[in-house]
Design a protein around this ligand. Structure first.
Ligand code: DLL
Length: 432
């Protein structure tokens, strides 16, 4: 049930002391080793000595993705390149990727944290884990790989794609744990059905899914289709990769590994720190990383923090499931919507497949939103009237729940492109 009970269940007072000690060390290190941080702190008139503990965190400057881009590729590294043993990068929508580097010790830390994550999700020494996150510059594949080996599970490093072959291996190799993005899990589930493989032929028990937002309704769908327990895992390259936070089997929020990362929630407009429970932008400070420590890194992910004790016994704070990013939010005629909100509405209605696309456009001066959604095979061959009823029902639900007028377009099964990694849910023609 636990990978590292001492740290995962540490009394909070002791945790606070540990965090303060590690934060002080980190601030010293970045001040002396990273010119960018030294300059930012000097601009704000802060010396490392002014940070006496975690309570002084708010005095430090924020770091953003733009800062990493401005210092591309290695400008924010806190050690010489000769100390870096691994480089990953996350591809952005615009131009150059964000580059991150790990020392040998960082790789050990990351493996430990991913071991925690996988154990949280039900993996153990005797598990056979199929890693269908992409291997390469993306942190998902290798991150999960090192964690699984650390546990001593049997690892199948298949990477993403080639779905039929994934399923053949899953069946023949007796996979018990599947690690991939939730959208890819759904695609795999659909392909299992198409291939006529019966559930009894598979040994699958758990899914370790993350790297993109997914709703509770989507979880239910995957769990039912695959007959597994699906766990949400969260992370981002700039902070370490996957292994920042993970759900336990209680599935009520994701435990943030606070002995390595200090979380804050801020108002994305003003930067003001918000109290526990309030929703805002998630910010992380790494307190053990050597290669690329980040101070108050703004994730753009929207969440809130819950300090209530979790029944699992872990003392680390839980973040609520991330349902969107500030830059994923679309504003249609003044109404803010995240794709995951539309996903929830669609799933609750049923009769549709969990494959959808939001197409945003501007006609004249007016924003328009089209929701493309796949209809189930059964319904698609039905009468036109039933389809029209469904279209109207979805339109009404979206209007009623989100206060948004959208044009709903029902499309044939299998017309929306499937994802083997992070799903693309929005086409914004306004920017083209
Ligand atoms: O996606 C790391 C990862 C790999 C996490 C595998 C989990 C599993 P990046 O490519 O840098 O890193 O993307 C990070 O993905 O800021 C979130 O917006 C989103 N994200 C990651 N996990 C979740 C999740 C990896 N569980 C960005 N729920 C983050 C919602 C997530 N969004």
């Amino acid at each position: 049930m636990y990978w590292d009970k001492t740290n995962e269940c540490m009394p909070r007072e002791q945790l606070a002391e540990l965090q303060s000690r590690r934060l002080i060390e980190t601030v010293q290190r970045v001040y002396h080793n990273v010119p960018y941080y030294r300059q930012r702190m000097q601009e704000l008139g802060i010396m490392p000595e002014d940070i006496k503990g975690a309570e002084d965190l708010h005095k430090l400057p924020f770091t953003t993705k733009q800062d990493l881009r401005d210092y591309y590729p290695y400008g924010l590294f806190a050690v010489p390149l000769s100390e870096i043993v691994r480089i990953h990068a996350s591809s952005g929508t615009t131009g150059k990727p964000t580059v991150v580097g790990y020392t040998r010790k960082d790789i050990v830390t990351w493996s430990e944290l991913m071991a925690r994550t996988l154990v949280c999700g039900g993996t153990h020494k005797d598990s056979v884990i199929q890693i269908a996150y992409g291997y390469g510059l993306f942190t998902g594949g290798l991150g999960a790989h090192y964690g699984a080996e650390r546990i001593g599970a049997s690892v199948i490093p298949v990477s993403g794609g080639n779905t039929k072959r994934q399923i053949m291996l899953m069946k023949d190799f007796g996979t018990t744990v599947l690690a991939c993005t939730p959208s890819y899990a759904l695609y795999i589930a659909e392909t299992i059905e198409e291939m006529g493989i019966k559930r009894e032929e598979l040994k699958l028990e758990y899914g370790i899914f993350g790297a993109e937002p997914w709703s509770e309704a989507m979880r239910k769908e995957i769990e039912e289709k695959m007959q597994i327990s699906a766990i949400d895992i969260y992370g981002l390259s700039e902070v370490i990769g996957p292994g920042v936070a993970s759900e336990c089997q209680c599935k009520v929020g994701l435990h943030i590994f606070e002995d390595h990362f200090i979380p804050e929630i801020i108002d994305p407009e003003t930067g003001e720190v918000l109290p526990p429970g309030q929703e805002g932008e998630l910010v992380f400070t790494t307190i053990t990383k050597e290669g690329l420590p980040v101070i108050r890194y703004r994730t753009r992910d929207i969440s809130s923090l819950n300090y209530d004790l979790c029944p699992c016994g872990r003392t680390h704070v839980r973040m609520n499931k991330v349902l969107g990013r500030t830059d994923d939010m679309i504003i249609i005629r003044g109404v803010n919507v995240f794709p995951s909100q539309i996903e929830s509405v669609l799933m609750e209605i049923g009769d549709t497949e969990p494959h959808y696309l939001l197409v945003v456009d501007r006609i004249g001066n007016l924003d328009s939103l089209e929701v493309w959604v796949e209809v189930s095979n059964k319904l698609f061959s039905d009468e036109v009237r039933k389809l029209e009823d469904l279209r109207q029902r979805i339109t009404r639900e979206i209007q009623g729940t989100l206060g948004l007028t959208a044009k709903v377009k029902l499309v044939e099964p299998k017309t929306i492109e499937r994802s083997e990694g992070k799903a693309k849910r929005i086409i914004d023609r306004r920017k083209l």
